[in-house]
Write a protein that binds this ligand. Structure first.
Ligand SMILES: Cc1cc2nc3c(=O)[nH]c(=O)nc-3n(C[C@H](O)[C@H](O)[C@H](O)COP(=O)(O)OP(=O)(O)OC[C@H]3O[C@@H](n4cnc5c(N)ncnc54)[C@H](O)[C@@H]3O)c2cc1C
Length: 400
């Protein structure tokens, strides 16, 4: 197992970096650098630029319009996207529904949906979790009852990220409430979000943003031809999809970018009359994160170089990537916020400016620091909680 990048990989990294530098609109880059979330139009615009280049579906084979890259090239591409402050390609489209369609869909479904997913003509969302079904997903209750050529869907999903932006949702529904095993009565269907009977209600998260939603289904008619794979075999599809979801979840590039940003700001911020970057406590903390990032990078390379041997099956070691990756996302966003100190509290900065009757107080980088810190507390929950990842590791790796 080679844990170094080859000369070809390094040349590829440079090619990707140069393309991002030359083609990413400056306003999108700057908003992200300051810590603001990407808007829908940013993600759509950038994904279409990538699609023109043939890179949007970065993990797809050539026959479906992907670049046919190696696992290492995909990893480098994702890292460069994050380090370059470009919007990540929409995971719902590219790493979730795309591979599912390639593996399980009919030719007609592939021909219609895959090119549209690549170019972000359709924005997809994921309707899996319900109020009583998260980690224990198989207990989901949303029901689909056959009526002629349609299913009639009733029930509720929750935590549906970006459902308010979405054109389509892939949904797990219960089609056989009497199945012996809960997993055996589930089907995987594609739902047009404009269908009558769907209500999307926002959930505003602690950072004040609208990313999450509840989605209600009230007698929603979904054509049977929009089912993927066999009726009552949706669990196989879901397991395949979740295996793919977990591989890119470390988001190493984002943590690297945030650490570099914290160090850059710490050169300007003064503490006791000296730049913060000279403070031994800050330096120790930044160095520890750097060491942890290096270790994570090596683990990621190990998983990536083992990908061929695993022949598409999820590697239990990707649970380590999820756990350590999300811990580092949380640590680096906290470091950035600590560099801002009290100015990173938007309310405090506003109050100071009101008290002194001055324009908004503090530098332009301060107000957006708290948002990502708060939002990233959720990173250890989404994509399979970190406790569930530890369960996987104890069973699959330690054999307990
Ligand atoms: C920001 C965000 C975005 C999301 N986006 C989507 C989305 O787009 N689509 C979608 O379908 N879902 C989405 N989710 C939902 C996410 O998949 C669930 O929140 C997650 O699976 C956990 O389920 P739960 O919230 O029901 O918590 P629960 O499963 O009820 O867990 C509660 C707590 O108990 C622990 N726990 C549960 N079971 C075990 C066990 N067996 N052993 C040890 N500990 C356990 C968990 O780790 C957790 O700490 C999102 C969640 C978040 C926070």
């Amino acid at each position: 197992m080679d844990l170094r990048f080859s000369k070809e990989d390094e040349a590829f990294r440079l090619e990707v970096r140069t393309f991002i530098n030359d083609n990413l609109p400056a306003d999108i880059r700057e908003r992200s650098r300051l810590g603001y979330a990407f808007r829908k139009e940013d993600t759509v615009a950038w994904q279409r630029i990538l699609n023109k280049k043939g890179w949007a579906a970065y993990s797809w084979p050539v026959e479906y319009g992907g670049p046919g890259w190696t696992p290492t090239q995909r990893m480098i591409f994702q890292e460069e996207i994050m380090m370059g402050n470009a919007p990540e390609v929409l995971g719902f489209n590219i790493t979730m529904i795309g591979p599912v369609l390639m593996h399980f869909a009919t030719q007609e479904q592939k021909d219609y949906f895959l090119p549209r997913a690549r170019n972000l003509d359709d924005w997809w969302c994921q309707g899996f979790s319900e109020p009583g079904a998260g980690s224990d997903l198989a207990s989901l209750k949303t029901a689909a009852v056959r009526d002629g050529d349609d299913y009639v869907v009733n029930g509720q999903k929750i935590w549906t990220s970006t459902a308010h932006n979405a054109d389509w949702c892939f949904v797990l529904v219960r089609t056989d409430p009497h199945a012996k095993k809960r997993q055996e009565g589930i089907s995987f269907i594609l739902v047009d979000m404009k269908t009558p009977g769907i209500t999307v209600r926002p959930i505003i998260s602690i950072d004040g943003s609208h990313h999450l939603n509840e989605v209600f289904f009230d007698n929603v008619r979904v054509p049977v031809k929009n089912r993927i794979y066999e009726e009552n075999r949706g669990w196989d599809v879901a397991k395949y999809l979740l295996g793919n979801e977990r591989t890119g979840i470390a988001r190493l590039g984002k943590s690297k970018e945030r650490l570099a940003y914290a160090k850059e700001l710490a050169r300007d911020v003064q503490q006791h009359g000296r730049p913060l970057i000279e403070d031994p406590a800050f330096r120790r903390r930044a160095a520890q994160i750097e060491v942890d990032l290096k270790a994570l990078e090596l683990t990621q390379l190990r998983v990536v170089s083992g990908a061929k041997a695993n022949a598409g099956k999820p590697d239990p070691f990707s649970s380590i990537l999820k756990i350590k990756g999300t811990e580092l996302l949380q640590e680096t966003s906290e470091l950035v916020m600590d560099v801002g100190g009290p100015l990173a509290m938007p309310g405090w900065a506003k109050e100071l400016s009101a008290m002194s009757n001055q324009p908004p107080y503090g530098p332009d980088w301060a107000p957006a620091m708290a948002g990502p810190y708060l939002m990233l507390r959720a990173a250890s929950i989404y994509g399979g909680t970190n406790e569930i990842q530890k369960n996987i590791l104890t069973k699959a790796v330690l054999g307990l």
